[in-house]
Ligand binder design. Structure first.
Ligand code: NDP
Ligand code: 8X3
Length: 265
């Protein structure tokens, strides 16, 4: 499909938050197509393991770039210090993100919310700011932001997280406007329920609470989202998939979900 399939072997993909879930699945998907990968995350040992797995399994090149996307100086140093053959990033997947808690807006912990805001908004913006100028110069590149259904409407217990994902939508739309006179593309992928480490992080390690989120429904997997990310990136060069809202078949909105045991109407 498109031009990507023909040239994937020569493409460089930069994935933030690649040590788990959607980011890790994207790493496998793009490596399986022969692309070389820049793998970011906070956990060096997980990154090293992912790099080893991917290089052995798919025979592609990979490089690890361990830093916290909230750390502007570390990000700047890491990206500008990339060896020459890794500088020409073709696809940036801004994936690193999280939510902490389900607290009400007037009750939650400001420090936790700063973590969510600094990661999901400022971290994404930092990486975009560092990577996109090179794409503009080379007249080539695709920025794929992992937004969320949570950015479309607020839901109970999601106030701050929803705000950050609304921001991801605004940053994606704004960047698309800023790049309209270039060959660069911007895509905002907005998943619904995906079973990853996401809910375990949200419930601060409480696996039973996390499992309850997906009870009675077949959630999406990281691999389902990676397929969509790949689809967007492999579209012909004149095709810009601006946004994708993707949910399990039994999810209709962030909060309207059909669980087995309930009757189909
Ligand atoms: P996971 O928790 O499985 O993965 C999140 C990844 O982001 C981890 O590798 C994590 O690393 C990394 N990360 C978190 N904070 C930072 C940081 N400051 N710097 C660098 N890396 C960081 O969850 P998902 O794969 O589900 O989440 C990926 C993205 O998808 C997020 O943006 C999330 O908001 C979004 N999303 C998820 C949905 C879902 O239902 N799962 C639905 C819609 C969107 P570490 O292990 O170090 O924390
Ligand atoms: C994650 C999906 O519905 O838990 O972005 O906010 S949701």
């Amino acid at each position: 499909m498109g031009n990507f399939e023909k040239t994937a072997t020569s493409l460089t993909i930069f994935i933030t938050g690649s040590t788990s879930g959607i980011g890790e699945a994207c790493a496998h998907k793009f490596a399986s197509k022969g692309a070389q990968l820049i793998l970011n995350g906070r956990d060096s040992s997980k990154l090293d393991f992912l790099k080893q797995t991917i290089t052995e399994k798919y025979g592609v090149n990979a490089i690890v770039l361990p830093f916290d996307v909230r750390d502007k100086e570390a990000a700047q140093k890491s990206v500008s210090g990339l060896p020459d053959q890794w500088q020409a990033i073709d696809v940036l997947i801004n994936n690193a993100g999280l939510v902490l808690g389900v607290d009400k807006e007037f009750e939650g912990d400001l420090e936790e919310w700063n973590t969510v805001i600094d990661t999901n908004i400022k971290g994404l913006l930092t990486i975009t700011r560092l990577v996109v100028p090179g794409m503009v110069k080379r007249k080539k590149g695709h920025i794929i932001n992992i937004g969320s259904i949570a950015g479309d409407a607020a839901y109970a217990g999601g106030s701050v997280y929803c705000a950050t994902k609304s921001a991801v939508k605004a940053l994606s739309d704004g960047l698309r406007i800023d790049l309209v006179d270039t060959p660069l593309r911007v895509t905002n992928i907005k998943p619904g329920m995906v079973e990853t480490h996401f809910s375990i992080t949200r419930f601060r390690g409480d696996k039973s609470k996390a499992d309850a989120v997906y009870a009675g429904i077949k959630p999406l997997t990281g691999e389902d989202i990676a397929e969509t990310v790949y689809f967007a990136s492999s579209a012909p060069e004149h095709v810009q998939i601006a946004e994708v809202l993707i949910m399990p078949v039994n999810q209709a909105t962030a909060t309207v979900v059909y669980r087995s045991g309930e009757e189909y109407k």
